[in-house]
Design a binder for this molecule. Structure first.
Ligand SMILES: *Cc1c(COP(=O)(O)O)cnc(C)c1O
Length: 417
């Protein structure tokens, strides 16, 4: 595929008009929407209105008149169909790490001390495993980390309380079969907690169909809510009223404005709210969800998934063809692939420096340390196209074959990688 072929495919793409809803800098090929989604054009004026009109003029009245107080539920209801959940089951609040803490505690409580082992993957995003370490300490339990997904089934035994997995692995882009693993966990008497950070807005999700127990996910990746946008949390309705999530703040109370001295949990997912919502951050996420409404009219998640798979497949092919020594770490089997492609480079090639050299040329992906080191490229079907695939593959090939990465301005490291 060359740039002409790519431009033809982009011109025929039924989702092409969605790219126009985003601000993308001239000359930049942005392939890091799995880390920080791009800015919807409607977001700056909408946040400005929230600041100047709702806050500036409306002051405290805006909790009611601008609907600030309902943002966590309103956004949850709008996200629900993208998660295979129903309105009233999803809440938007806090960060992914904090929501994981809440649901993991709740899941262990449901096991009533009969089972205390949490099973996850060593390659899970570190914050998930760090949070799990704290939660198992509090419950006198144990976190067991497997090296590969194939090691999971033997650990689903009478000691296993919770299977905690990230649906799409942040490094490899490998996607788990949520329904199958949830079923295996349930057959063993364990509960299933799913992190949808790299799934929501990019791949089809069916939480109710899978009969999962709890789920959380991120608002600033494929959902484009903006840096630090709040996270979402879901609990299967069968668990409503069965447990207390541990962060028992006033807005998770059944009647917060009674200012009662005794905590009484709100029913259902509402209890997962802790304190006051971050209104400006929520407003960013709410505006980003308008783009998903537009995507819904053009075929919804099915159309997004088809495009995402076509983009990642084209990129895998282009990298294999053009980049000497590249070892693809992402499954070629579409059913096992999220919306990103990662690959390693031969020993002696500094992947970090390659990424810095790429960024200097306007191609933005990211680098993930570890063994192997990986270059990672996220394909956001809302705004990426086939021309992005070709531009990125050509630039990587040139940097690797000419070794132009081997220069001091590319090899020295900054704080956020
Ligand atoms: C991005 C990501 C997070 C982010 O957590 P924060 O609390 O928002 O920093 C958590 N888990 C996974 C799997 C992620 O990919």
């Amino acid at each position: 595929m060359n740039l002409d072929d790519a431009n033809r495919l982009d011109a025929a793409d039924p989702l092409r008009s969605l790219r126009e809803l985003f601000t993308l800098p001239e000359g930049v090929t942005y392939l890091d929407g799995n880390s920080l989604g791009a800015l919807p054009k409607a977001t700056p004026p909408r946040i400005a209105k929230a600041v100047e009109v709702e806050w500036g003029q409306g002051l405290i009245k805006s909790w009611n008149t601008a609907g600030w107080i309902d943002l966590p539920q309103r956004l949850g209801d709008r996200l629900a169909p993208w998660l295979g959940a129903r309105p009233g089951e999803v809440l938007v609040a806090d960060s992914t790490s904090v929501n994981l803490y809440k649901v993991l505690h709740a899941a262990l409580q449901l096991q009533q001390g009969q089972r205390r082992v949490v099973v996850s993957e060593r390659s899970n995003f570190p914050t998930d495993n760090y949070i799990a370490q704290s939660v198992v300490r509090a419950h006198g339990g144990e976190l067991i980390l497997v090296e590969t997904p194939e090691d999971i089934p033997p650990l689903l035994d009478e000691r296993c309380a919770v299977l905690m997995l990230t649906h799409v692995n942040y490094r490899s882009g490998r996607m788990h079969d949520m329904a199958l693993l949830t079923r295996w966990a349930h057959q063993a008497g364990a509960l299933a907690v799913w992190d949808l950070a790299h799934s929501a807005g990019a791949v089809p999700i069916d939480l109710l169909g899978a009969a999962a127990d709890f789920a959380i996910g991120c608002g600033y990746k494929y959902l484009n809510g903006g840096p630090g946008a709040p996270s979402f949390v879901w609990m299967h309705p069968r668990h409503a009223g069965q447990v207390w999530q541990p962060l028992t703040g006033w807005l998770g109370h059944a009647n917060p404005f009674d200012f009662d001295s005794e905590y009484q949990p709100a029913p259902g997912i509402q209890q997962y709210q802790c304190g006051t919502p971050a209104v400006l951050a929520m407003t960013g996420l709410e505006t980003a969800l308008d783009v998903f409404d537009a995507a819904q009219k053009l075929g919804g998640i099915k159309a997004l998934r088809n495009k995402s798979l076509a983009l990642t497949e084209a990129f895998i092919g282009a990298v294999e063809e053009r980049v000497p020594g590249a070892v693809i770490a992402t499954p070629r089997d579409a059913a096992m692939r999220g919306s990103q492609v990662s690959f390693g480079l031969p020993r002696g090639t500094d992947g970090y420096a390659v990424m810095q050299a790429l960024i200097a040329r306007g191609v933005i992906g990211d680098f993930r340390a570890g063994d192997p080191e990986l270059l990672r490229f996220g394909f956001a079907p809302l705004y990426n196209g086939f021309a992005d695939v070709v531009r990125a593959a050509d630039a990587i090939a040139d940097i690797v074959t000419t070794k132009s990465w081997d220069a001091p301005e590319f090899t020295s490291r900054s704080k956020v990688t």
